[in-house]
Structure formats: C-alpha cells, structure tokens
Design a protein around this ligand. Sequence first.
Ligand SMILES: Cc1ncc(COP(=O)(O)O)c(C=O)c1O
Length: 420
Amino acid sequence: MKQLASLTGAASLGTLSAVDQAFAAELSGLPDLVTGSLASLRDRYLLDPDVTYFNHGSIGTTPRIVHEARAAYLRTCETNPWLYMWGDAWEEPLEQVRQKAAGLLRCEATELALTHNTTEGFNTLAAGLDLGPGDEVLFSSLNHPGASICWNHYAEIKGFQVRRFDFPVLEMPRLTAADVLDAYDRAIAPRTRVLVFPHIDNIVGLRYPVKELAALARSRGVELIAVDGAQSVGMIDVNLNELGVDAYCASPHKWLQAPKGLGLMYVREDVQRQIRPMWVTWGQERWKGSARMFEDYGTRNLPEVLTLGDAIDFQESLGAPAKERRYRELWELFRAAGESSGTVIWRSPTDWSLSASLYALEIEDIPSQAVFEHMYGLHKFVFRPFRTQGLNTVRISLNITNTEAEIARFFELLKDVPQH
Ligand SMILES: Cc1ncc(COP(=O)(O)O)c(C=O)c1O
C-alpha cells in the first residue's frame, strides 16, 4: 500500500508496475478461504463498521487495494490527460484488461466490449439487432428492467413485438430445473426470435440452468439468446465456452467489486455482424470485426476500466470454488435461522444448484418496506425490500465477508420489528 501511495503522483507508466507490485503483496497476503480467517479479509474493505451490508446484489463494495489502484490511475491521468486518454500509453493496458476479463468468462477478447453496465449491453442489442414486424422478443417477469425496458422502447420504433410472461415466482421453493425449462418451453412461440433471461434473477435469486435453456430455445428456433449476467459475474463461475448463448451482459460493480459504472458485454463472434453499434463515432470503423466496436462513445473512463483488471485479480485470488462454498454455507445458515424463527417464509429456491447468494424472505404479516425501515433506520442493516408479483419480501445478498454473527444479530433484531 505504501508503494502505491508514494507513486500515485508519478506521470509515467511506473504507476502500472507500482500497482502490480502492491497487488502482488496484497494478494499473497489474502487469507485462504478454507482455512484462513475471514475476519482478516473483511479488514481489506472500506465498509463503515456500523453498517451491516446485506446488499451486495444491488451494488458491491470495492476492496481497499482496488480503490487505491483506481486512485493511482486517476492521479496519473491528471498529470498529462492527453497522453493517457488520447495518446497510446494506456492502449496496451486496456487490452490486457479485456484479455483478463475474457479469461474470467472463458471467451475471446475480441468478443468482449468494455461497457458501463448491463443496461448498456441490452440497449446495444435492442437498438442494434435487425428486428421488425412479425418478430418477437420474449422474457419473463423475472427479467430485470435493465434487460427489459430497452426492448419495449425499440419495439415502438421498429415495429417488433415484446412479450413478457408471468414466471410462477410464488412457487419458487418447489420448482426444479425441469419446471423452469418447462415454463420457458410453454412460452416460446414460432415467432420468438430473441429470448432474454437472467443467469441469476435479482428478486428471488434463481440460478437458471442456462446451458439447458439455451439448447431448448435453440431447438425451438430462437435465433438470439441474450443472458443477463448482472448477478452472476463475480459471484459464480461463468464459462461462456459452455453456455451456448449469443450475448451476455454484466455489471462488474456488483460481485466483481469493481468501480461503479463498468460493464461487460459478450457478443459471440458470428453474431457481431447482426448488430449495428448503438454508439457511433470513429471507433466503429476502426474496430470493426471485434466487439470493441460496441464500446466507443468518445472520451471514456479509462482509469476505472484499468481498475477492472485489478478487481478481477482480487476476486480470482479468492477463487470461485472457495467463494461458492462460503456462499452456500451462509445460505444454509440463513435458511436454518429463518426456519427456527417461526415467522420467516423462505421464498427462494430450496435446492442449492438452483440458488445463489441472493435470496428472498417474507416476514409474516409485516410489509417488507416496514422491515427495511426498522432494520436500516435503527440498526443500519442494508438490504432490499420487494413488493412485486405477489411477493412481500426482503432480499438478502451476502458476500463472503459477511459473518455468522451478523446473521444471528439480524434474526435477533427482527423480533422487535413492530407488527402492522
Ligand atoms: C439482474 C439484473 N440485471 C440488470 C441490472 C441492472 O444493472 P446496471 O444498473 O448495472 O445496468 C441489475 C441491477 O441490479 C440486476 O440485478
């Protein structure tokens, strides 16, 4: 960390190697998630100690070392903005970030655009695909607005149809993977050209059987399968080589704990030609033939984009399997504590293979907004209330730094939320 502090003013590429050195030291000191102390991992974050953060699904918190790296890039940039923004000093480092992200998601770097967020990725698809009268875009009520509203907007302009079907969300605890596939199988129609669904939805945290659903949609004649990875990238292992989808959009500011306002959009190589870029300036010509043509909107947030590489390093050093083990442990604890409380109804899947570190609980007879106001107002617990599609739930999304003690305290304090 000291190395970083002393070099943050350097107007040279030295900043990059200083960040690398500081990172190497930090990462070699991270605890092993199986045998090490998770408490020491928590110290590597900037979270207010008075806050109990159960809302990693809305927005992540950046590790201190990643934040420091970003500050170093920002400071360096200001020493000679022309050089870093428009000279080619950061051209190679930018491409290294793309390579790193492609390695994480198991795709080609030329298939990955570095966008601002998931919403931008879906806007690019809705704006750029050649859709018109007679074509249908299909998604369910579990789709997030960021992956949905853009389709309605462009449907009005281009004349295609959007159909949103009701997912049986109230039956979620009983659903199997076959039930999920069946719901989509019944909804897909001969005119469905585009299917959109989340890898993990943001309301109840259903982990979709993506590969199986993509294969099913393909067999039913769907041409473009676009997946919303906002809640999956950084939380679970995502292998685009295996999923068989055409496009995949994500928001690294959630589970990758990257700076806010960074996105990833995968577009399979042979699909890129079917999409006209949404932003148009000189880069669309220059980067034709690679997904980079989708990201050039003029002057951009290069210091943040460089920091994405550091965020990926941090997460990869923790290891996806170890993270998943910890998420599952916390999920089991939450379920058990909910069951023994006698007042909590579990509204999410009950099989871990369909679950994620994001789940929904109903507190019997109390509106979820009132639960939130009490728990945040008095005790600074951060989570998200939902009142939608017949649900009255609080959504809990824990990261590996959350603790058993926090979960116990949550259920203890819940007893004092006044009845309504
Ligand atoms: C499943 C899902 N999709 C899309 C989004 C939108 O993300 P962003 O605002 O980063 O585009 C979110 C945000 O919470 C989400 O949970």
